[in-house]
Every structure is written in C-alpha cells, then in structure tokens.
Design a protein around this ligand. Structure first.
Ligand SMILES: NC(=O)c1ccc[n+]([C@@H]2O[C@H](COP(=O)([O-])OP(=O)(O)OC[C@H]3O[C@@H](n4cnc5c(N)ncnc54)[C@H](OP(=O)(O)O)[C@@H]3O)[C@@H](O)[C@H]2O)c1
Length: 325
C-alpha cells in the first residue's frame, strides 16, 4: 500500500550529510536502514561511548568538525515504566542535556533540517482518546513518567523556539509505542511488548505453564513497527514543515490480553496467561489520533502480526547478544 506522494514538498539531497543521533538504538537503527534504502550514503553516527551527548563541549566540537546538514535526534535515555519510575532524576537530566546540547550545537552551525523525536507520554494522563496533538499541555501528566515527559516537552519547545528565532525548518514527531528489531529486551528496563516476548519465550524453554501479565489485561495500547516509524520520519522530513507536533501511530489499538495471546502464538508458548491484578493497569486506553499524518498521505505498511513475527525472529537470532541494560 504505497500511498506517499511521489514529489516531496521539501526533498532532501541524497548526498546530504545526515547525523543520526542514537543510530544503534531501536529507532535510530531503523532510521539509518531507511536512509540507506533511500540512497543516502553520507550518514554519520556516534555511539554514546564515542560521543556522550551530555558532554556539551564534546557535542559542539563534533558539530563544528562534522558539519551535518540534516540532524535526526533519536538519542535519549529511554525505558519502560519501571525504569522511568525508579530513575526520574536521571530521565529528566540526561534527556534535557542530550537535547539542549544537540540543538544548541545544531544552531551554532546553522543546521536547517532537524527532526526531534518525542513520545506519546508527553500527553496528559486523561487526554481524550484518540489523542490529538492539540491536547499537549492541557492537563496533568502520568506521574510514573512525568520527568521524561517534561524533558520531551522542553525539546518540542526548543524546536519551536529555534524555528521562531532562527527560521529553521525543524520539526517534532510524536511516535506511539514502537517495537521491532533492535528493541530492548532487558528484564527490568524493557517496554511492555519486548518484555512479554521475552517472558513467554523463557517460559516456553523452561517448561513453565503459567505466565502472569501485569494488571487486568483490559487496557488498550497502540503499537507501530519501527521500520514504519522510520519511513514516517523520512516522509515527514520531506513533506512536513510546521512548528506543530505531529503524531505517528498505527491508527488502531489492542488490549493487553489480546496482545499477550498474539505474542504467545508467535512465540509458541502454550501455557496459561494469568493476570496479576496486584499490579497497576495504567491508563485504560492510549491511542494517538493520526489524522494529521494521514491527511499528508502516509499509512503504515506492517501489521502487528507480521511485525511480531519479524521481531521474534530477530530476538532468536540475537538472544545471546542482547542489550545488557
Ligand atoms: N521505543 C519506543 O517505544 C518509543 C516510543 C516513542 C518514542 N520513542 C522515542 O524514540 C527515541 C529513541 O528511542 P529508542 O526506543 O530507539 O531508544 P533506544 O533503543 O534505547 O536507543 C537510544 C539511543 O540513544 C543513545 N544514547 C542514550 N544516551 C546517550 C548519550 N548520553 N549520548 C549519546 N547517545 C546516547 C544510545 O546510544 P548507545 O547505544 O551508543 O549507548 C541509543 O542508541 C527517543 O527519543 C524516544 O523517546 C521511542
């Protein structure tokens, strides 16, 4: 289903020097692959060991030396509910530093095109569903990830301020929950979907016949395959130039119970799935309104079933080489 317009409004030169911050992560890795597919040959990336984006001097030196013309900010300290809730000070501080350093350095060398990635957690806890972009800053945040959300909201403001003050064509995209090759399957730090994949897989291997999933199973969540997100990011860079944030989602959601059963099928776990009702459910529904993106002509390509199959295959191929944190 190829629906993207053939002539982009703001085409990127295929020989542009593109810096993908966080290029080894779930999102950055997918964007890197997508840019390769599109014929970009001048890509630069640096691991956090090579360039700690919290180090302001190092970031300025990197930008002054490399002089990228396009910047994609997919670097962040990221984690699931447990990690966010356990390390709120670090989630706030690291993410603010990463963004401020990168955007200030990008401004210092006149980077004209930049894409900042936020997250659906920036929206108020009780935002009307599906969540429209206009609901930003209209209510209180979910307390388990408010530090992360505030950092991301500051990033959105930095993009808007840079547009206003320097006339940059910088944009901010707000992805829904993502999954795919390169995800974090860490037992404590992962998001819900890779966490469930790993637990069902381990139960299958060790012959455990019951796996419990947090809460009642009734909350509904939306999941987008990460290569679709990468296509959307590239599409937005070439077709969207506005200070307004834009949601990137699948457009449909699924209950945690149904998701668990789907994952069990993909993984081949045949035991029972019980609900641990002592654990919180979180918000009953979280679905992004994607009409703004749809109106531009973009649609996802990969169904949840297909995306899960690919992700589980990747997990099996990398099982002994997964992230350690
Ligand atoms: N995953 C999701 O479901 C989801 C949903 C919505 C939005 N997003 C957004 O997408 C972006 C990327 O998330 P992700 O899921 O791809 O996370 P990820 O897989 O954990 O990747 C994050 C990347 O950031 C880099 N990084 C972290 N701290 C750094 C530092 N101090 N200096 C330099 N690099 C640093 C890491 O580099 P190294 O590997 O070299 O350490 C890593 O490659 C984030 O802004 C996130 O909010 C993600």
């Amino acid at each position: 289903m190829m629906t993207e317009p053939h002539s982009p409004a703001f085409p990127l030169e295929r020989n542009s020097l593109v810096y993908v911050a966080g290029h080894r992560g779930l999102v950055g890795g997918a964007i890197w692959r997508e840019l390769h597919r599109k014929g970009f040959t001048n890509l630069i990336g640096a691991t956090s060991a090579e360039l700690d984006l919290r180090n302001r001097d190092a970031v300025f030196t990197f930008f002054a030396t490399q002089r990228p013309t396009v910047v994609i900010d997919a670097a962040a300290r990221v984690g699931g509910i447990l990690a966010n809730n356990s390390y709120p000070a670090e989630f706030l501080s690291d993410n603010l530093q990463i963004q401020v350093n990168m955007m200030d350095a990008a401004n210092s060398v006149d980077v004209d095109r930049l894409l900042f990635l936020g997250s659906s957690c920036i929206y108020p806890k009780f935002a009307t569903q599906p969540i429209r972009e206009e609901s930003l800053l209209t209510g209180a945040l979910e307390s388990t990830n408010d530090s992360y959300a505030i950092a991301k909201i500051a990033g959105i403001m930095h993009v808007q301020a840079s547009r206003r003050q320097y006339g940059r064509r910088w944009i901010s995209a707000m992805p829904t929950n993502l999954y795919g090759p390169g995800d974090n399957f860490h037992p404590q730090n992962s998001h819900v979907l890779p966490g469930i994949i790993r637990r069902f897989h381990e139960a299958k291997l060790s012959g455990i016949n019951d796996v419990s999933v947090w809460g009642t199973g009734t909350p509904r969540r939306e999941f987008l395959y990460v290569d679709d997100l990468a296509r959307a990011c590239f599409f937005l860079l070439e077709n969207y130039d506005s200070p307004e944030i834009i949601n990137v989602g699948f457009g449909d959601d699924i209950s945690i119970r149904d998701l668990s059963e789907l994952v069990a099928g993909v993984v081949g776990y045949s035991g029972t799935i019980s609900q641990d009702r002592s654990k919180p459910d979180g918000t009953p529904r979280k679905l992004l309104d994607v009409s703004r993106l749809k109106a531009l002509g973009w649609r996802p390509h990969v169904s949840l079933e297909d995306g899960l199959e690919i992700t589980y295959r990747w997990f099996l191929e990398h099982e002994h080489n997964l992230r350690s944190k």
